[in-house]
Design a protein around this ligand. Sequence first.
Ligand SMILES: Cc1ncc(COP(=O)(O)O)c(C=O)c1O
Length: 456
Amino acid sequence: METEEFVRRIGDWNGAGAGTLGQRLALAIAGAVDAGLLIEGDRLPPERQLAEVLHVSRPTVQAALVELRDRGVLAARQGSGTWVARSAEVATAELAELALGGRGINLAASVPADALQLGDVELSVGDLLAAMPTHGYAPLGLASLRATVVGWLAERGVRGDVDGVLISHGGHGALVDVLGALIGPGDAVLAEPYTYPGLLDIVSALGGAVIAMTNDEHGPRPDELRRLVASRRPAAIVVSPECNNPTGRAWGVDRRAELIDVLAEAEVPVIDDAVLADLGAQTLPVLAADLDAITIGSLSKAVWGGLRIGWVALPKGKARQRVIRRRRHLDLGPSVPSQLLADELLSRLDTQLPARRSLIGSRADYVRERLAAELPSWSVGDRDGGLSLWVDLGLADAEAFVAVASAFGVEVFPGSRCRPDGAADGHVRIGIDRPTPQLDQGITRLVRAWATLRRS
Ligand SMILES: Cc1ncc(COP(=O)(O)O)c(C=O)c1O
């Protein structure tokens, strides 16, 4: 069938609906089959032409055709193209649910799926009046929550003091608080070769440049770090020894000891981004237990990102004064209701972490097993903690796969965006902290997307 005629028969397909373009296109084709506008045996135009005329990517067309083949509406054979195989009655209802209900699966974000982990938390006006009898502004955060953070630090080996703690808008806000005070245009910041992508954005917005260390399987290489400190004279060093995002790896114990010496000699502010520290196999000492480091924490990963509560713990010294002064000038402090909830959640966190860790561990095992069985050419990295798996697809660049997966209704995060140099990278980060049905459906879509990428 001519491409224009086919497009006329499927009609206005790209209307409202929260589903992916591929799902909406599949629904339109199934609808045309249902309505008798396309009948058994009708041949579809070639994928490439369809993509051109419909102004969509080829993976979008492929995703639509795969959906319909899986449901028996279309059939295809190598070399003979694609044709209508049967009436679409059953498929249309299912496709409508997908295309209109928006069942895109987000495995790109390395965060808890939703607020369920909050459990039973309550907050009354009486609680607010008791915590904050006056106007409600506290630029550094509530004193009670800052004291609870001091307790969190103590459990992780650090003797902190309330005056050195400020409550931030999540871990991201904590990085802005600290780096905003310590670096400026032209400054270099050393970070690990794969790092939290938000760090790259923050440093770039401040006019600085992130320089990558060289890592091996145990963490940054001490000799290389020493060399970089001497040659680049960084204004700050940001690391995540307890658990790196995106790799999910912790530094080896011996390596950590060696690096502490190198970092101490560097005489540069060291920031331990310990946002994922609670999600390893056990509670580890943070870097500030052994070094004058700034610690950043957050409830986003252990509990829920929507709280937007994190913290900065600063050792005594010049950096503390600068960070606190900047904060007082630029920010009137986080939401009091969120801080009160956070205080309760943080106070009971340590009793809840074992169950949380074991749930995440079993989700990681589940995803790992399915990937090993269904995508054996992928290589899934070892995981010490965190909310994702770091997967080497065996490609020079994973971006094309990420686009195809998105057309198939599943988002994963490309490794290149975690690299300070922004170079092409064959890894993707796959979020695992999701209920099993979401993981199941997400992996099924990844498998289909991979098969499509390999065919094209
Ligand atoms: C290492 C690291 N730092 C900071 C953040 C930001 O934390 P939040 O979501 O609490 O702003 C994240 C979240 O992905 C992270 O992984």
